[in-house]
Design a protein around this ligand. Structure first.
Ligand SMILES: Nc1nc2c(ncn2[C@@H]2O[C@H](COP(=O)(O)OP(=O)(O)O)[C@@H](O)[C@H]2O)c(=O)[nH]1
Ligand SMILES: [Mg+2]
Length: 404
């Protein structure tokens, strides 16, 4: 299983990262390389992602904010839905799992309070946002077009989100079902593109979504695309922070965690470059404890998330503890981790993981080649990530069955 993971080394460790580490070593030697690696492992916690949420009243902005924050519309702290409340200043909604991921509900433009002018951009602190989402629920408005033009003029990114497609579909679902659905999607898409062309904009990315059926239409693609548009570190941060909202998000989470796993293992390999099997395992165990706890949270499999899940599905929490891989890890202990590491260390697979990696990273490879820690840590982490990804998909499918 570990070999299969390592075949994808090139996908998860970027050329840029490798060059960066090798450059550091050439310049400063291996001294303090562990500091650099530590910084890399934790860097995502210190970046901010600010998303500007725009669009006319009642287009579904608050509902979207709640979906991303993993809240029901009626939960405490959720953005108020359907109240038509007029936001007078940018209102931040921080993600419950990570308060550096902020969705800003921006005041509507084109009212006496906020006329369409340069002043509007200043008042919303235009430069603060990583990208914008413009929401629209029906016919394309002059306000949508003005906003799109301003954002494009300032060379920032925006994505156009056409909501409530479930309503469009209700009106047309007949005997021919999906054939008609395709026509409706094409019509909406063409209509948006035509309007953007009239505005002077081409190649605008349009996503047709329903907040009530997030597994359908473009909701997944929207998340995937906005994350991909961000620089690597912010992309990881966003992917690790949002809930397992779809199969694609789960897959992206797995990739982001794999990338981390390589860095964490390098850290462990560099720290424990001692060719005596077992000696560095105790030190690794606390790092791994923290890491695995982090995985459970990221995949929504920690005890709080499972309690929430049991409430939703009406099953007992014991059912999940007994059937999911995560069940055995819910309260990871140092002893459990050391036992697993020792088991892996004695397996040939761990050693071959290290050897394969050495080929890819000649300089760092030499440093860690004597360390048993690198291969075992990597093996344990990749194996755990794969098992938890499978759990997350199982849970996601189950929730979907419950809600449809
Ligand atoms: N049918 C449908 N209704 C939606 C969707 N998203 C939001 N709504 C409803 O549209 C209304 C306005 O939503 P809200 O999020 O408050 O819009 P905002 O004013 O832009 O923040 C509420 O009644 C929501 O339940 C959707 O995708 N489909
Ligand atoms: Mg609102």
């Amino acid at each position: 299983m570990a070999t299969a993971c390592v075949d994808r080394t090139c996908d998860v460790v970027s050329e840029e990262e490798i060059r960066e580490l090798e450059y550091y070593i050439k310049k400063h030697g291996v001294k303090r390389i562990d500091e650099v690696l530590k910084q890399k492992v934790h860097a995502w916690k210190f970046v901010q992602v600010n998303i500007g949420i725009m669009g006319e009243c009642a287009t579904g902005k608050s509902t979207f904010i709640n979906r991303i924050r993993g809240l029901n519309d009626w939960d405490q702290g959720a953005a108020e839905v359907g109240t038509g409340d007029v936001t007078r200043s940018p209102r931040p909604y921080r993600h419950p799992r990570n308060d550096s991921l902020v969705l800003w509900d921006l005041p509507g433009v084109g009212t006496p309070l906020f006329p369409k002018n340069e002043q509007y951009l200043k008042r919303i602190h235009f430069d603060r946002y990583d990208f914008f989402l413009i929401f629209s629920d029906g016919s394309f408005s002059e306000t949508d077009s003005w906003l799109a033009r301003q954002i494009a003029r300032k060379s920032k990114r925006f994505f156009f989100v056409r909501t409530k497609v479930d309503d469009d579909m209700k009106n047309v679902r007949g005997d021919e079902g999906s054939v008609i659905e395709e026509d409706v999607l094409k019509r909406i898409h063409n209509d948006c593109q035509r309007n953007f062309r009239l505005t002077g904009l081409t190649d605008v990315q349009v996503f047709i979504v329903s907040h009530f059926e997030t597994d359908k239409w473009d909701f997944e693609l929207l998340l995937h695309t906005v994350c991909s548009s961000l620089p690597e570190i912010k992309r990881s941060m966003m992917m690790l922070s949002i809930g397992p909202l779809s199969r694609n998000v789960i897959k992206e989470k797995r990739k982001a965690l794999q990338r981390r796993a390589y860095t964490v293992s390098l850290l462990s390999g560099v720290a424990g470059a001692i060719p005596i099997p077992g000696l560095d395992l105790a030190a690794d165990a606390s790092v791994l404890l923290e890491e695995i706890t982090h995985y459970l949270k990221t995949f929504g499999l920690d005890s709080d998330s499972l309690k929430h899940l049991a409430n939703k599905t009406g099953k007992k929490i014991d059912y999940y503890v007994n059937t999911l891989n995560a069940g055995k890890l819910l309260l990871p202990t140092k002893k459990l981790i050391i036992d697993t590491l020792v088991k892996y260390a004695t397996e040939h697979a761990a050693e071959s993981v290290a050897k394969q990696f050495v080929k890819l990273l000649p300089i760092i490879g030499q440093i860690i080649s004597g360390s048993v820690s690198y291969g075992t840590t990597l093996y344990l982490l990749l194996d755990t990530i794969q098992k938890l990804e499978a759990d997350a998909i199982q849970v996601f499918d189950e929730v979907l069955r419950c809600t449809t």
